[in-house]
Design a binder for this molecule. Structure first.
Ligand SMILES: *[C@@H]1O[C@H](CO)[C@@H](O)[C@H](O)[C@H]1NC(C)=O
Ligand SMILES: *[C@@H]1O[C@H](CO)[C@@H](O)[C@H](O)[C@H]1NC(C)=O
Ligand SMILES: *[C@@H]1O[C@H](CO)[C@@H](O)[C@H](O)[C@H]1NC(C)=O
Length: 428
């Protein structure tokens, strides 16, 4: 089911030219683009949520539209029973297909589908909150969601108040069914004033008015230079098309994201999309790279599988305490970045060597992008952020143990890395 949906999404919905519906009123002569931009809200996002990249689960990759209260609450219980909550996972996020096709004719409010959610979304929120977790929901900055349910463009204040009244803590805000008069001109001096940004600014401001802090993920598929202005509107933003459980997705999203690392810091996260660990045919090594890449770039990590089917190896990948500590570090907000390992680094499709700092030291991540095992080598002195002349201790973050011996600045460190695997070290 999920890969069918993913195909549909990747081919149709994430294409920026699809689907646009005509404006209901045709030409709008009342306001020029600059008047619309001048009148658009500039309220910044809440600073009571979203400082660190989100950790949680979202139903979409596992279930698509086939959801109900039982599946959502089961996932919440599994987050607790599998030790994921203790590892830091917090959000249970409902994606598309939770509402009725029609709003309430009297109040115009969104209505949870009673056949899927007999206790409403507020009933789910009560159960999720009782487990010490937070609940997310989904809507769309257009006239309809990607699956055709009502969207929130033009009803942002009402919908934000509705979500708040249900106890919602997080909103994924998608980008389907944008009316023609809301599409972007080819170029803006400042994309914060683009029609796309204004559609998101309207919801951002409406959420910021609510009494409960609501984290906002702009599911804008990397449109409208979102990395330049996303942090003025929400807490995280999608960088591209939907994820798929394939090695090519992992390398493609790294290739995109690595160009925009300067956008990432506290309250400001490039979203590489929901996780695929547990889905498809990724090898264990590819799943380690998937986890490590989302960690080292500080992307939200929203698991996207039936948690009850995860193996103990998969659970140890997603709960690795040292990788999660880097991702959730409270003193360093910026991500790891590529570095020159040695004078003679071999070229590959994406950078293979990354270094970043945390409160615990300097970290090095090495991705073997090749489909054969390979020896990776770096010179200690080339690692940015190291201070002093050593001796340095190298600690394996996956294993949680120090490697034998010590290293000086001019030592070169070599390791054999499995095909498509990522090794992770802390150097102190
Ligand atoms: C598009 O048209 C609607 C309905 O007339 C109007 O409310 C909205 O401001 C217009 N949007 C833009 C960006 O012109
Ligand atoms: C996984 O492999 C099976 C068997 O080769 C194939 O049928 C299926 O399409 C693959 N799934 C994905 C998501 O690539
Ligand atoms: C990395 O090394 C190459 C080759 O020595 C050099 O051309 C390049 O400028 C270096 N890049 C950085 C960021 O130091």
């Amino acid at each position: 089911m999920y890969h069918l949906w993913n195909l549909l999404w990747a081919c149709l919905v994430s294409n920026p030219f699809y689907p646009h519906v005509p404006s209901s009123t045709g030409a709008n002569t009342a306001s020029t683009p600059s008047q619309i931009a001048a009148a658009a809200p500039t309220t910044p996002p809440s600073t009571l949520t979203g400082r660190l990249p989100a950790l949680g689960w979202n139903h979409w990759n596992a279930y698509g539209c086939d959801i109900n209260e039982i599946k959502i609450i089961s996932a919440a219980n599994e987050l607790v029973s599998l030790g994921l909550k203790d590892a830091g996972y917090e959000y249970i996020n409902i994606d598309d297909c939770w509402s009725l096709m029609q709003r309430n004719p009297k109040t115009n409010e969104l209505v949870p589908d009673p056949s899927k959610f007999p206790n409403g979304i507020s009933g789910v929120a009560a159960e999720v909150h009782a487990l010490g977790l937070k609940l997310g929901i989904y809507s769309d900055a257009g006239t309809a969601t990607c699956a055709g349910y009502p969207g929130s463009l033009g009803t942002e204040s009402l919908d934000a108040a509705t979500f708040s009244s249900w106890g919602i803590d997080y909103l994924k805000y998608d980008n389907c069914f944008v009316p023609k008069n809301w599409t972007d001109s080819p170029d803006y001096d400042d994309w914060y004033n683009s029609n796309s940004a204004i559609r998101y600014r309207q919801m951002g401001a409406a959420l910021a008015e609510q009494s409960i802090p609501i984290q906002l993920d702009l599911c804008i598929w990397g449109d409208a230079n979102v990395w330049d202005w996303g942090a003025r509107v929400g807490h995280s933003w999608r960088m591209s098309f939907d994820s798929s459980p394939t090695w090519s997705y992992i390398t493609e999203i790294i290739a995109i994201n690595v160009q925009y690392l300067s956008s990432i810091d506290f309250f400001s996260h490039n979203d590489m999309d929901m996780m695929e660990i547990g889905n498809g045919n990724l090898t264990i090594q590819e799943q380690r790279t998937h986890m490590a890449a989302w960690v080292l770039f500080k992307s939200p990590i929203l698991l996207g599988t039936d948690l009850s089917l995860l193996s103990s190896t998969q659970i140890s990948i997603i709960t690795n305490p040292e990788l999660l500590a880097f991702h959730q570090d409270s003193t360093v907000g910026i991500p790891a970045a590529p570095f020159n390992a040695s004078a003679s680094s071999s070229a590959s499709s994406i950078p293979e060597y990354y270094a970043g700092s945390s409160s615990k030291g300097v970290h090095v991540f090495i991705i073997n992008t090749f489909s054969t095992s390979a020896t990776k080598t770096f010179t200690i002195a080339n690692v940015p952020g190291l201070s002093g002349n050593g001796p340095f201790v190298v600690h394996d973050m996956w294993e949680g143990s120090d490697l034998p011996g010590t290293y000086s600045l001019d030592s070169s460190f070599s390791i054999r890395v499995d095909p498509h695997d990522t090794v992770a070290y802390r150097i102190t």
